[in-house]
Ligand binder design. Structure first.
Ligand code: TRP
Length: 494
């Protein structure tokens, strides 16, 4: 959690509770959720004792209690306790928190960090098991095709959107002629968006077109203010500028509402009411377990997840849905956002709402390799939406990690490895033609296609896509943004 370390808010102090406190708490634990909370607290307590270099006997006693709680938890839930996965989500085994005892070899995936030791990238099948979500299988893709009446998007065909929660429920509703709505978002931490940032929006636009449903897009300028060293004005400005790039993906103004939290929280009492409801029903222990917050995090961060939860409840948008609180919500997002929605799904039924359904995407790899995702703060890892054709060419030629062999002779003889080759990975995102992609894969693997040639194909694929994006973005004036960002009714068929 590198960003958390740079927080100016509170000095890093460790509070060390007494053992008797915890025992008393343990004896009072009743439900699975309470046990989960006690376990999370006890895990924190053990770590705090270790950090504070407490007496050995004291640490041992605390560990014993932790183990006892784990046995109890297994007894009550039938599952092993894993930090970051409350019992109600029914994970097989989950841990996205930073504090797992045995996580050394695991991929790290949370809203702030993505990293793996594997050159092929994060092991997404394992992630599905850890997070307790479901794989998007052929049956689901076929169903989306049947209901939407369109060939599935290549992100679905190729497993770029690979995991989901409860999408069948949304489709059931749709099948019964009940509408649903889409909700996605962006944390505007910089002016410079990169191509990876577009992935969820490109897919959301496709969903909007296919299902003809309303869409809300949350710009979390408040979140970025809380997490980064930026002023409120910076964050709000980035929200509006980023909104232009998002709108340039082609969203329909009659079906899309884009909002800045800094503006909308004050403008919509209904939205704020849902934030407060969520805040009342999630404890500090829960968010600690889910997000890894510590005693030194400012309270803004601790309560922020409720603000990302609120747009998943339809009555947060009375201008679109009136007083209806039962319109199903579907959230397309990258898998690192799942912790927010695990919390949202946990709290929803307790405050009288449907759980939102989710569609999760893989990450867009950094140019240097799939061990981490593309990041706007490292210019050499990213292709920006503002890059010129020449910059695109140079960056790919210079920095895109190659799965090819060192010499032409070796490459011709043994072939390259598309599974670790970043240029090939990018083509899976941006080259729509399945047959062409498959031919490139085969030729590269056999050695018929050289790294330089593969890179050239990528460069020539990306240059026009980005040039067209820049052209569309130019048309998005401040007036157009204002239209999208004004609370108003949308086309919504009940
Ligand atoms: N927290 C997200 C980010 O930092 C922004 C966000 C808000 C979001 N609501 C969302 C992303 C819903 C996906 C879906 O980028």
């Amino acid at each position: 959690m590198s960003e958390l370390g740079s927080l100016p808010c509170v000095k890093n102090t460790v509070s060390v509770k007494t053992i008797t406190d915890c025992q008393g708490a343990w004896e009072g634990a009743k439900s699975a959720m309470e046990l989960y909370e006690k376990l999370t607290a006890q895990g924190d307590h053990v770590r705090a004792l270790k950090t504070a270099k407490a007496e050995k006997a004291e640490i041992e006693a605390a560990v014993q209690l932790l183990l006892k709680l784990k046995v109890d938890y297994k007894h009550v839930t039938g599952q092993d306790y894993k930090p970051g996965c409350p019992p109600s989500e029914n994970c097989v085994a989950a841990d996205n928190g930073p504090a797992a005892d045995d996580s050394d070899d695991e991929d790290i995936v949370d809203p702030w960090n993505v990293s793996t030791k594997n050159a092929k990238g994060v092991d997404y099948d394992k992630l599905i098991v850890r997070f307790g979500s479901n794989k998007i299988d052929k049956e689901l893709v076929d169903r989306i095709e049947r209901l939407g009446g369109q060939k599935p998007h290549h992100y679905l065909r190729r497993g770029i959107f690979f995991s989901h929660r409860d999408v069948h429920q949304v489709l059931d509703a749709y099948e019964k002629k009940k509408s649903f709505y889409l909700y996605t978002g962006r944390g505007p931490s910089t002016q410079a968006m990169h191509v990876g940032h577009l992935v969820p929006f490109i897919f959301t636009k496709w969903l909007q077109d296919v299902f003809d449903v309303p869409l809300v897009i949350q710009m979390t300028d408040d979140e970025k203010y809380l997490w980064k060293d930026l002023t409120l004005d910076d964050c709000h400005h980035f929200a509006v500028e980023n909104a232009k790039d998002i709108i340039a993906c082609g969203f329909d103004v009659n079906k899309t509402f884009v909002f800045s939290d800094l503006d909308y929280m004050g403008a919509s009492p209904e939205f704020y009411r849902n934030v407060v409801k969520a805040q009342k029903h999630v404890t500090f222990n829960q968010v600690k377990g889910i997000f890894g917050f510590t005693d030194s995090d400012c309270i803004g961060k601790i309560s922020f997840p409720a603000i990302q939860a609120a747009p998943a409840f339809s009555n947060s948008f009375p201008q679109i849905f009136g007083t209806r609180k039962d319109v199903h919500c579907l959230v397309p997002c990258a898998i690192d956002q799942d912790p927010y929605f695990r919390m949202t799904r946990d709290v929803a039924p307790r405050i009288g709402y449907h759980k939102p359904a989710l569609l999760h995407s893989t990450f867009f790899p950094a140019l240097q390799g799939a061990q981490t995702k593309m990041s706007a703060s490292n210019p050499n890892s990213s292709i920006f939406l503002t890059d010129t054709p020449k910059q695109i060419k140079n960056k790919i030629n210079k920095h895109a990690f190659s799965g090819g062999k060192d010499t032409v002779e070796e490459h011709r003889k043994h072939g390259g490895n598309p599974e670790i080759d970043v240029s090939f990975m990018y083509l899976t995102f941006f080259l729509e033609d399945d047959e062409q992609l498959e031919k490139i894969r085969q030729d590269y693997s056999s050695g018929a296609l050289l790294t330089g040639e593969l890179k050239k194909i990528l460069i020539e694929t990306l240059q026009p896509i980005i040039a067209q994006h820049q052209e569309r973005r130019k048309q998005i004036t401040d007036d157009v943004v204002k239209q999208f960002m004004t609370p108003r009714p949308l086309n919504f068929k009940f």
